[in-house]
Design a protein around this ligand. Structure first.
Ligand code: DX5
Ligand code: ZN
Length: 219
């Protein structure tokens, strides 16, 4: 059985709070907040996602799983610290400098926030190896970052399998989160590939019965 992080990217501004209440009753393990700056990815939803995350933090105690698809990682992350998210994930493609990475990891830990590093489909897990023993989670993008409702890229499942194998062989006990295109059809393959946390947006948000949708993803 895996954990489920519901992405709120596809939630309509119209009665968003009502939707959050419905999602809260579906009891996912996390709310996944997809933060985009219009530079690292095309869309810019900085203000909307901060509003959504703030609303959710007022109405639910379900932990926040913040996924930063932004260039200026430290600056945007500082916007979320006051919401005490459970975890914040940045893209290795956005933060290349080793010193900046280790300083950022330390800043999150000092604020009692777990650290995730995300890799886009074209990035190899090799790039993450220097950081794995200092972080809590690897987010493997199973779509190209930037929007919800896309189809999963099947080749990314192989990346999850080899990451899982590497972590086990090196006794590194951290989460693997899979993110993008995960629904009732694809979730079983993603779980079997070794993901511990499955992000699902469009499939859950558009479901009539959100609780059943979350349970389907959880397996
Ligand atoms: C894409 C985001 C994903 C996406 C997941 O850039 O990181 O979290 O919104 O949503 P679905 O499940 O609709 O692909
Ligand atoms: Zn995401």
């Amino acid at each position: 059985m895996s954990e489920v992080a519901v992405s709120i990217l596809s939630v309509d501004k119209e009665n968003a709070t009502h939707t959050f209440y419905n999602l809260e009753t579906a009891r996912p393990e996390y709310f996944h907040i997809d933060v985009m700056d219009g530079k690292f990815v095309e869309n810019n939803n900085l203000e909307l996602m901060k509003d959504y995350a703030t609303t959710i933090s007022h109405i639910s105690n379900i932990p926040l799983d913040v996924h930063l698809m932004v260039e200026n990682v430290e600056e945007v992350a500082d916007e979320y610290i006051d919401l005490a998210p459970d975890r914040v994930t940045f893209h290795i493609e956005a933060l290349k400098d080793k010193d900046r990475i280790f300083n950022f990891i330390q800043e999150l830990k000092e604020n009692n926030i777990k650290v995730g590093i995300a890799i886009s489909p074209e990035t190899q897990i090799e790039e993450l190896k220097p950081y794995l023993k200092y972080i809590h989670m690897v987010l493997v993008m199973t779509v190209v970052p930037g929007k919800g409702g896309q189809k999963i890229i099947p080749e990314t499942l192989e990346k999850i399998r080899s990451l899982k194998k590497y972590l086990e062989e090196n006794s590194i006990d951290i989460d693997i989160e899979a993110d993008g295109g995960i629904n009732g059809e694809t979730s079983e393959d993603v779980r079997e590939a070794g993901a511990d946390i499955l992000v699902s947006g469009f499939y859950v948000v558009s479901a009539e019965n959100k609780r059943a949708a979350v349970e389907k993803i959880r397996g």
